[in-house]
Design a protein around this ligand. Structure first.
Ligand SMILES: Nc1ncnc2c1ncn2[C@@H]1O[C@H](COP(=O)(O)OP(=O)(O)O)[C@@H](O)[C@H]1O
Ligand SMILES: [Mg+2]
Length: 260
């Protein structure tokens, strides 16, 4: 995809995302009789993102932090184009690859190697190009002979390692990673962190969601802190991570769990 070099890699303007959920409330005997057995349903809207505006410039590495349910994954899904905005707008300049959560996009009946090939095709590579990348991806994932086993035989960590290996070898302009490495072991996490750093030279922008505040601080050039779908802070990582740590009011030693 062609893009103008001065365009932001990612533009998010007044973005709001609402999920519609249908709750089945537990019926009482009387209400069940009144409705003649039809289920009682209640529609609820969850505002996962509220009026978010930000831009990620070429060369930027944005770290996203916040409590569980803050809206981090929703933001990545919306930037990836998987989830439509309820209002506002998202614009991206470049080829996006995403590692949204462990194993999404894989077919567990197929082998790891077949899934590498499918991932390559889905990302627009030719069969010849995929053949050239395949062994490198397999080696990076450290799956050994399991690469030729169906993925349903994999552990979560193995899924996660293959997912990371595939997306990082697809030469993305914009790489979105959502806490994908928490399942890997420590040595793979180090290797993955190094790989992400290497990619900064080629990729146009990276957005990483992580609970590893130290990782965000070390790797990201800018930081976004979300709380209940709202932007609580956006700026230099040391400042934002510091404010977040103060906010959750726990000692920094306990919160630096090295999970990226
Ligand atoms: N598919 C969904 N349907 C309904 N609500 C959802 C869905 N996915 C996420 N949510 C809700 O949206 C909010 C933000 O979720 P999420 O983006 O997953 O947060 P985070 O990644 O920061 O933990 C939460 O309240 C969550 O319960
Ligand atoms: Mg999440």
């Amino acid at each position: 995809m062609q893009y103008e070099s001065d365009l932001p890699a990612v533009t998010v303007e007044n973005l709001s995302v609402k999920y519609r959920t249908v709750l089945e409330s537990r019926p009482t005997m009387k209400s069940a009789l009144m409705r003649l057995g039809r289920p009682q349903q209640e529609v609820k809207y969850i505002e996962a993102l509220k009026d978010l505006t930000l831009t990620v410039q070429p060369g930027e590495f944005l770290g996203v932090i916040g409590h569980n349910g803050a809206g981090k994954s929703t933001l990545l899904r919306t930037i990836a184009g998987i989830l439509p905005p309820s209002s506002g707008r998202v614009q991206i300049a470049g080829h996006v690859t995403t590692l949204l959560s462990v194993g999404i996009g894989f077919n567990s009946e197929l082998t790891g190697r077949d899934n590498i090939r499918l991932g390559g095709l889905a990302n627009g590579f030719s069969i010849k190009e995929i053949a050239e990348k395949e062994d490198e991806i397999a080696a990076f994932s450290e799956l050994g002979e399991f690469i030729d086993y169906p993925m349903k035989t994999y552990s979560t960590g193995m899924y996660s390692r293959l997912g990371f290996s595939v997306v990082t070898h697809m030469d993305p302009d914009i790489l979105l990673i959502d806490e994908a490495l928490s399942a890997g072991d420590a040595s793979f996490r180090d290797k993955a962190a190094k790989k992400i750093e290497d990619m900064m030279e080629k990729a146009r922008a990276i957005i990483l969601v992580s609970h590893g505040l130290q990782t965000i601080n070390e790797m990201a050039s800018k930081c976004l802190w979300l709380d209940h779908g709202k932007m609580m802070g956006y700026g230099p990582c040391d400042e934002i991570v510091g404010a977040y740590e103060d906010f959750v009011a726990v000692g920094s030693s306990s919160i630096i769990s090295e999970e990226i």
